[in-house]
Design a protein around this ligand. Sequence first.
Ligand code: AOF
Ligand code: ZN
Length: 373
Amino acid sequence: MTAEDARFMRSALTLGERALGTAWPNPAVGCVIVRDGRIVGRGWTGAGGRPHAETVALARAGPAARGATAYVTLEPCAHHGQTPPCCDALVAAGIARAVIAMLDPDPRVDGRGVAALRAAGVVVDTGCLAHEAERAHRGFLSRLRAGRPMVTLKAATSLDGRIASATGVGRWITGERARAWAHRLRAEHDAVLVGIGTVLADDPELTCRLPGLAGRSPVRVVLDRRLRLPPDSRLARTAREVPVWVVTNAPADPERAGRLSALGVRIETTSEVGAGSLAAALALLAERGITRVLVEGGGEIATAFVRAGLVDRLVLFQAPILLGADGVPLVGGLAVARPDQAERWAPVDVHRLGEDEMRVLEPARGKGCSPAS
Ligand code: AOF
Ligand code: ZN
Protein backbone atom coordinates (compact mmCIF):
# COMPACT_ATOMS: atom_id res chain seq x y z
CA MET A 1 0.00 0.00 0.00
CA THR A 2 1.50 3.30 -1.06
CA ALA A 3 0.96 6.85 0.16
CA GLU A 4 -0.93 7.42 -3.08
CA ASP A 5 -3.25 4.51 -2.27
CA ALA A 6 -4.00 6.05 1.12
CA ARG A 7 -4.66 9.42 -0.51
CA PHE A 8 -7.19 8.02 -2.98
CA MET A 9 -8.82 5.87 -0.33
CA ARG A 10 -9.21 8.98 1.77
CA SER A 11 -11.05 10.60 -1.16
CA ALA A 12 -13.29 7.56 -1.39
CA LEU A 13 -14.03 7.74 2.35
CA THR A 14 -14.89 11.43 2.06
CA LEU A 15 -17.26 10.70 -0.81
CA GLY A 16 -18.88 7.90 1.16
CA GLU A 17 -19.65 10.35 3.96
CA ARG A 18 -22.06 12.10 1.62
CA ALA A 19 -24.33 9.06 1.78
CA LEU A 20 -24.45 8.90 5.59
CA GLY A 21 -28.05 9.24 6.67
CA THR A 22 -29.49 8.42 3.26
CA ALA A 23 -27.99 5.06 2.22
CA TRP A 24 -29.70 3.01 4.95
CA PRO A 25 -30.27 0.10 5.27
CA ASN A 26 -27.12 -0.13 3.16
CA PRO A 27 -23.67 1.11 4.11
CA ALA A 28 -22.55 4.51 2.83
CA VAL A 29 -19.80 3.41 0.46
CA GLY A 30 -17.47 5.66 -1.52
CA CYS A 31 -15.53 4.80 -4.66
CA VAL A 32 -12.99 6.54 -6.89
CA ILE A 33 -11.59 5.25 -10.16
CA VAL A 34 -8.02 6.32 -10.83
CA ARG A 35 -6.22 6.18 -14.13
CA ASP A 36 -2.59 7.37 -14.53
CA GLY A 37 -2.70 9.13 -11.19
CA ARG A 38 -5.90 11.04 -11.97
CA ILE A 39 -9.42 10.50 -10.65
CA VAL A 40 -11.66 9.69 -13.62
CA GLY A 41 -14.79 8.61 -11.76
CA ARG A 42 -16.38 9.21 -8.36
CA GLY A 43 -19.38 7.62 -6.72
CA TRP A 44 -21.19 7.05 -3.48
CA THR A 45 -24.13 4.90 -2.48
CA GLY A 46 -27.49 6.31 -3.54
CA ALA A 47 -30.51 7.02 -1.34
CA GLY A 48 -32.02 3.83 0.04
CA GLY A 49 -28.80 2.01 -0.86
CA ARG A 50 -28.94 2.10 -4.62
CA PRO A 51 -27.24 2.52 -6.94
CA HIS A 52 -24.08 1.19 -5.33
CA ALA A 53 -21.02 3.45 -5.26
CA GLU A 54 -19.00 1.44 -7.79
CA THR A 55 -21.76 1.55 -10.41
CA VAL A 56 -21.91 5.34 -10.19
CA ALA A 57 -18.13 5.78 -10.33
CA LEU A 58 -17.81 3.39 -13.30
CA ALA A 59 -20.53 5.22 -15.20
CA ARG A 60 -18.70 8.50 -14.67
CA ALA A 61 -15.38 7.01 -15.74
CA GLY A 62 -16.79 5.41 -18.91
CA PRO A 63 -14.06 3.94 -21.12
CA ALA A 64 -11.36 5.49 -18.88
CA ALA A 65 -12.03 2.68 -16.40
CA ARG A 66 -10.14 0.23 -18.61
CA GLY A 67 -6.84 -0.58 -16.96
CA ALA A 68 -7.66 1.73 -14.04
CA THR A 69 -7.56 1.20 -10.27
CA ALA A 70 -10.77 1.26 -8.25
CA TYR A 71 -10.62 2.44 -4.62
CA VAL A 72 -13.62 1.26 -2.64
CA THR A 73 -14.33 1.76 1.06
CA LEU A 74 -16.07 -1.63 1.35
CA GLU A 75 -15.67 -4.90 -0.51
CA PRO A 76 -17.68 -4.76 -3.75
CA CYS A 77 -20.78 -6.90 -3.58
CA ALA A 78 -20.89 -10.30 -5.23
CA HIS A 79 -24.59 -11.01 -4.89
CA HIS A 80 -27.48 -10.46 -7.22
CA GLY A 81 -29.63 -8.11 -5.18
CA GLN A 82 -31.72 -5.35 -6.65
CA THR A 83 -28.68 -4.53 -8.76
CA PRO A 84 -26.17 -6.85 -10.47
CA PRO A 85 -22.97 -7.54 -8.49
CA CYS A 86 -20.48 -4.67 -8.40
CA CYS A 87 -17.52 -7.02 -8.81
CA ASP A 88 -18.96 -8.13 -12.18
CA ALA A 89 -19.37 -4.49 -13.18
CA LEU A 90 -15.75 -3.72 -12.21
CA VAL A 91 -14.49 -6.69 -14.23
CA ALA A 92 -16.67 -5.83 -17.23
CA ALA A 93 -15.35 -2.27 -17.20
CA GLY A 94 -11.77 -3.57 -17.39
CA ILE A 95 -10.58 -2.47 -13.93
CA ALA A 96 -7.02 -3.80 -13.48
CA ARG A 97 -6.61 -3.30 -9.74
CA ALA A 98 -8.98 -2.88 -6.82
CA VAL A 99 -7.94 -1.37 -3.50
CA ILE A 100 -10.50 -2.24 -0.84
CA ALA A 101 -10.55 -0.76 2.64
CA MET A 102 -12.35 -3.63 4.36
CA LEU A 103 -14.27 -6.80 3.68
CA ASP A 104 -18.08 -6.70 3.74
CA PRO A 105 -19.31 -8.89 6.60
CA ASP A 106 -22.76 -9.15 4.99
CA PRO A 107 -23.13 -12.95 4.68
CA ARG A 108 -24.08 -12.53 1.01
CA VAL A 109 -20.66 -10.97 0.32
CA ASP A 110 -18.09 -11.84 3.03
CA GLY A 111 -15.01 -12.39 0.86
CA ARG A 112 -16.86 -13.47 -2.26
CA GLY A 113 -16.39 -10.05 -3.86
CA VAL A 114 -12.61 -10.23 -3.46
CA ALA A 115 -12.53 -13.86 -4.63
CA ALA A 116 -14.56 -13.06 -7.74
CA LEU A 117 -12.32 -10.12 -8.64
CA ARG A 118 -9.17 -12.19 -8.20
CA ALA A 119 -10.64 -15.05 -10.21
CA ALA A 120 -11.18 -12.60 -13.06
CA GLY A 121 -7.54 -11.51 -12.94
CA VAL A 122 -8.00 -8.22 -11.06
CA VAL A 123 -5.17 -7.41 -8.63
CA VAL A 124 -6.79 -6.90 -5.23
CA ASP A 125 -5.31 -5.19 -2.16
CA THR A 126 -7.37 -5.08 1.01
CA GLY A 127 -6.97 -3.29 4.33
CA CYS A 128 -6.07 0.18 3.05
CA LEU A 129 -7.30 2.59 5.79
CA ALA A 130 -9.27 -0.29 7.28
CA HIS A 131 -9.55 1.44 10.65
CA GLU A 132 -11.09 4.55 9.10
CA ALA A 133 -13.45 2.41 7.03
CA GLU A 134 -14.63 0.53 10.14
CA ARG A 135 -15.47 3.92 11.58
CA ALA A 136 -17.26 5.08 8.44
CA HIS A 137 -19.35 1.91 8.29
CA ARG A 138 -19.95 1.48 11.98
CA GLY A 139 -23.71 1.99 11.75
CA PHE A 140 -23.97 -0.71 9.11
CA LEU A 141 -21.59 -2.96 11.08
CA SER A 142 -23.46 -2.42 14.34
CA ARG A 143 -26.77 -3.36 12.74
CA LEU A 144 -25.21 -6.46 11.23
CA ARG A 145 -23.17 -7.59 14.22
CA ALA A 146 -25.11 -6.33 17.23
CA GLY A 147 -28.61 -6.09 15.77
CA ARG A 148 -28.90 -2.45 16.75
CA PRO A 149 -28.04 0.85 15.12
CA MET A 150 -25.01 2.88 16.15
CA VAL A 151 -26.07 5.46 18.73
CA THR A 152 -24.83 9.05 18.89
CA LEU A 153 -25.94 11.00 21.95
CA LYS A 154 -26.01 14.72 21.28
CA ALA A 155 -26.49 17.44 23.86
CA ALA A 156 -26.04 21.16 24.28
CA THR A 157 -24.83 21.91 27.78
CA SER A 158 -23.59 24.73 29.99
CA LEU A 159 -20.04 24.64 31.36
CA ASP A 160 -21.41 22.75 34.34
CA GLY A 161 -23.19 20.12 32.27
CA ARG A 162 -26.78 21.43 32.41
CA ILE A 163 -29.11 21.00 29.44
CA ALA A 164 -31.77 23.43 30.70
CA SER A 165 -32.23 26.18 33.28
CA ALA A 166 -33.91 25.84 36.68
CA THR A 167 -37.27 26.49 34.99
CA GLY A 168 -36.61 23.79 32.39
CA VAL A 169 -35.77 26.12 29.48
CA GLY A 170 -33.12 24.74 27.13
CA ARG A 171 -33.59 27.11 24.22
CA TRP A 172 -31.02 28.24 23.43
CA ILE A 173 -27.95 27.25 25.37
CA THR A 174 -25.54 27.31 22.46
CA GLY A 175 -25.15 29.82 19.65
CA GLU A 176 -26.10 29.67 16.01
CA ARG A 177 -22.98 27.96 14.71
CA ALA A 178 -23.34 25.11 17.16
CA ARG A 179 -27.00 24.74 16.26
CA ALA A 180 -26.18 24.64 12.56
CA TRP A 181 -23.68 21.89 13.27
CA ALA A 182 -26.34 20.00 15.18
CA HIS A 183 -28.57 20.16 12.11
CA ARG A 184 -25.76 18.69 10.06
CA LEU A 185 -25.55 15.86 12.55
CA ARG A 186 -29.22 15.14 11.90
CA ALA A 187 -28.52 14.90 8.18
CA GLU A 188 -25.78 12.33 8.84
CA HIS A 189 -28.06 10.02 10.79
CA ASP A 190 -30.83 7.75 9.56
CA ALA A 191 -33.05 8.60 12.52
CA VAL A 192 -33.24 11.12 15.33
CA LEU A 193 -34.74 9.90 18.59
CA VAL A 194 -36.33 11.73 21.52
CA GLY A 195 -38.48 10.85 24.49
CA ILE A 196 -42.11 11.96 24.67
CA GLY A 197 -41.20 14.32 27.56
CA THR A 198 -39.12 16.43 25.18
CA VAL A 199 -41.93 16.51 22.63
CA LEU A 200 -44.48 17.64 25.22
CA ALA A 201 -42.10 20.27 26.63
CA ASP A 202 -40.57 21.72 23.44
CA ASP A 203 -42.79 20.64 20.53
CA PRO A 204 -39.66 20.18 18.37
CA GLU A 205 -39.66 19.60 14.64
CA LEU A 206 -36.38 17.61 14.57
CA THR A 207 -35.81 18.20 10.88
CA CYS A 208 -32.63 19.31 9.18
CA ARG A 209 -33.23 22.87 8.12
CA LEU A 210 -29.81 23.79 6.76
CA PRO A 211 -29.72 25.38 3.32
CA GLY A 212 -29.01 22.66 0.79
CA LEU A 213 -29.66 19.86 3.26
CA ALA A 214 -33.40 20.35 3.68
CA GLY A 215 -34.12 17.06 1.94
CA ARG A 216 -31.84 15.24 4.37
CA SER A 217 -34.08 15.11 7.42
CA PRO A 218 -33.86 11.80 9.26
CA VAL A 219 -36.75 9.63 10.35
CA ARG A 220 -38.07 11.12 13.61
CA VAL A 221 -38.52 8.55 16.34
CA VAL A 222 -40.40 9.21 19.57
CA LEU A 223 -40.21 6.82 22.52
CA ASP A 224 -43.75 7.16 23.80
CA ARG A 225 -44.81 4.26 25.98
CA ARG A 226 -48.33 5.49 26.60
CA LEU A 227 -48.92 7.04 23.19
CA ARG A 228 -49.20 10.61 24.37
CA LEU A 229 -47.96 12.25 21.16
CA PRO A 230 -50.42 15.11 20.56
CA PRO A 231 -52.03 15.00 17.10
CA ASP A 232 -51.50 18.77 16.91
CA SER A 233 -47.75 18.55 17.70
CA ARG A 234 -45.33 19.76 15.06
CA LEU A 235 -44.12 16.20 14.63
CA ALA A 236 -47.56 14.74 13.97
CA ARG A 237 -48.56 17.61 11.71
CA THR A 238 -45.50 17.17 9.49
CA ALA A 239 -45.47 13.36 9.48
CA ARG A 240 -46.42 13.23 5.81
CA GLU A 241 -43.36 15.30 4.84
CA VAL A 242 -40.75 13.64 7.05
CA PRO A 243 -41.50 10.24 8.61
CA VAL A 244 -42.45 10.03 12.29
CA TRP A 245 -42.28 6.65 14.03
CA VAL A 246 -43.68 6.31 17.51
CA VAL A 247 -42.45 3.40 19.59
CA THR A 248 -45.12 2.50 22.11
CA ASN A 249 -46.17 -0.32 24.40
CA ALA A 250 -49.17 -2.44 23.56
CA PRO A 251 -52.05 -2.08 23.96
CA ALA A 252 -52.21 1.40 22.49
CA ASP A 253 -55.34 3.50 22.76
CA PRO A 254 -56.99 2.54 19.45
CA GLU A 255 -58.76 5.85 18.97
CA ARG A 256 -55.60 7.87 19.48
CA ALA A 257 -53.57 5.43 17.40
CA GLY A 258 -56.11 5.83 14.61
CA ARG A 259 -55.90 9.61 14.68
CA LEU A 260 -52.10 9.57 14.59
CA SER A 261 -52.01 6.97 11.81
CA ALA A 262 -54.40 9.09 9.79
CA LEU A 263 -51.83 11.89 10.00
CA GLY A 264 -49.16 9.57 8.62
CA VAL A 265 -47.48 8.67 11.92
CA ARG A 266 -46.18 5.11 11.98
CA ILE A 267 -46.93 3.34 15.23
CA GLU A 268 -44.49 0.64 16.27
CA THR A 269 -45.25 -1.54 19.26
CA THR A 270 -42.86 -3.33 21.59
CA SER A 271 -43.97 -5.24 24.64
CA GLU A 272 -40.79 -4.46 26.59
CA VAL A 273 -40.99 -2.03 29.46
CA GLY A 274 -38.33 -0.89 31.92
CA ALA A 275 -34.66 -1.76 31.64
CA GLY A 276 -34.84 -3.77 28.42
CA SER A 277 -37.08 -1.33 26.57
CA LEU A 278 -34.31 0.78 25.02
CA ALA A 279 -32.57 -2.28 23.64
CA ALA A 280 -35.93 -3.51 22.30
CA ALA A 281 -36.62 -0.15 20.65
CA LEU A 282 -33.16 -0.14 19.05
CA ALA A 283 -33.60 -3.71 17.83
CA LEU A 284 -36.88 -2.69 16.27
CA LEU A 285 -35.24 0.25 14.49
CA ALA A 286 -32.48 -2.04 13.21
CA GLU A 287 -35.10 -4.43 11.88
CA ARG A 288 -36.62 -1.54 9.98
CA GLY A 289 -33.20 -0.80 8.44
CA ILE A 290 -31.95 2.06 10.64
CA THR A 291 -28.16 1.97 11.05
CA ARG A 292 -27.42 5.32 12.74
CA VAL A 293 -29.49 6.98 15.45
CA LEU A 294 -28.99 10.44 16.89
CA VAL A 295 -30.41 10.64 20.41
CA GLU A 296 -31.38 14.21 21.18
CA GLY A 297 -32.89 13.95 24.62
CA GLY A 298 -34.17 14.83 26.97
CA GLY A 299 -32.24 14.17 30.14
CA GLU A 300 -34.17 11.06 31.10
CA ILE A 301 -33.57 9.40 27.76
CA ALA A 302 -29.90 10.44 27.80
CA THR A 303 -29.48 8.96 31.26
CA ALA A 304 -31.18 5.73 30.26
CA PHE A 305 -28.92 5.33 27.21
CA VAL A 306 -25.79 6.04 29.25
CA ARG A 307 -26.85 3.66 32.04
CA ALA A 308 -27.56 0.92 29.54
CA GLY A 309 -24.12 1.37 27.93
CA LEU A 310 -25.82 2.02 24.60
CA VAL A 311 -23.97 5.20 23.60
CA ASP A 312 -21.33 4.72 20.90
CA ARG A 313 -20.52 8.39 20.43
CA LEU A 314 -21.13 11.47 22.52
CA VAL A 315 -21.36 14.87 20.84
CA LEU A 316 -21.37 17.71 23.35
CA PHE A 317 -21.89 21.32 22.42
CA GLN A 318 -20.75 23.33 25.40
CA ALA A 319 -21.67 26.98 25.88
CA PRO A 320 -19.69 29.37 28.10
CA ILE A 321 -22.44 29.79 30.69
CA LEU A 322 -23.09 28.39 34.14
CA LEU A 323 -26.60 27.19 34.95
CA GLY A 324 -25.95 25.87 38.43
CA ALA A 325 -27.15 22.88 40.40
CA ASP A 326 -30.81 23.87 39.98
CA GLY A 327 -30.46 23.47 36.20
CA VAL A 328 -31.40 20.20 34.50
CA PRO A 329 -28.40 17.85 34.37
CA LEU A 330 -27.32 16.10 31.18
CA VAL A 331 -27.30 12.78 33.03
CA GLY A 332 -29.01 11.84 36.25
CA GLY A 333 -27.47 9.79 39.03
CA LEU A 334 -25.00 7.11 37.97
CA ALA A 335 -24.06 5.98 41.48
CA VAL A 336 -20.33 6.15 40.76
CA ALA A 337 -18.53 5.41 44.01
CA ARG A 338 -15.06 6.59 42.98
CA PRO A 339 -13.81 8.54 39.95
CA ASP A 340 -11.63 5.63 38.85
CA GLN A 341 -14.80 3.57 38.56
CA ALA A 342 -16.49 5.98 36.18
CA GLU A 343 -16.86 5.11 32.56
CA ARG A 344 -14.13 6.90 30.62
CA TRP A 345 -14.73 8.67 27.35
CA ALA A 346 -11.95 9.09 24.84
CA PRO A 347 -11.94 12.43 23.02
CA VAL A 348 -11.84 11.93 19.26
CA ASP A 349 -12.54 15.43 18.00
CA VAL A 350 -12.92 19.00 19.19
CA HIS A 351 -14.06 22.16 17.38
CA ARG A 352 -14.54 25.78 18.32
CA LEU A 353 -17.91 26.99 17.04
CA GLY A 354 -18.05 30.70 17.81
CA GLU A 355 -18.05 30.93 21.60
CA ASP A 356 -19.12 27.32 21.99
CA GLU A 357 -17.05 24.20 21.86
CA MET A 358 -18.03 20.91 20.31
CA ARG A 359 -16.48 17.75 21.66
CA VAL A 360 -16.87 14.27 20.21
CA LEU A 361 -16.11 11.38 22.53
CA GLU A 362 -16.33 7.63 22.43
CA PRO A 363 -16.41 5.11 25.26
CA ALA A 364 -12.82 4.21 26.10
CA ARG A 365 -13.71 0.55 26.45
CA GLY A 366 -11.41 -1.42 28.68
CA LYS A 367 -10.45 1.64 30.71
CA GLY A 368 -12.46 2.41 33.80
CA CYS A 369 -15.46 0.26 34.50
CA SER A 370 -17.26 -1.24 31.54
CA PRO A 371 -20.88 -0.18 31.13
CA ALA A 372 -23.62 -2.67 31.86
CA SER A 373 -25.03 -3.90 28.58
C1 AOF B 1 -21.40 -2.31 -2.72
N1 AOF B 1 -21.45 -0.97 -2.96
O1 AOF B 1 -22.27 1.06 -2.54
C2 AOF B 1 -23.01 -0.70 -1.20
C3 AOF B 1 -22.90 -2.10 -0.93
O2 AOF B 1 -29.86 -4.82 -1.37
P1 AOF B 1 -28.66 -4.62 -2.25
O3 AOF B 1 -28.62 -5.48 -3.42
O4 AOF B 1 -28.41 -3.16 -2.57
O5 AOF B 1 -27.38 -5.09 -1.38
C4 AOF B 1 -27.18 -4.59 -0.12
C5 AOF B 1 -25.82 -5.03 0.36
O6 AOF B 1 -24.82 -4.55 -0.52
C6 AOF B 1 -25.48 -4.45 1.71
O7 AOF B 1 -25.92 -5.24 2.76
C7 AOF B 1 -23.96 -4.43 1.65
O8 AOF B 1 -23.44 -5.72 1.90
C8 AOF B 1 -23.70 -4.08 0.20
N2 AOF B 1 -23.61 -2.65 0.06
N3 AOF B 1 -22.07 -2.83 -1.69
O9 AOF B 1 -20.73 -3.05 -3.45
C9 AOF B 1 -22.23 -0.14 -2.26
N4 AOF B 1 -23.83 0.11 -0.49
ZN1 ZN C 1 -22.50 -3.51 -5.07
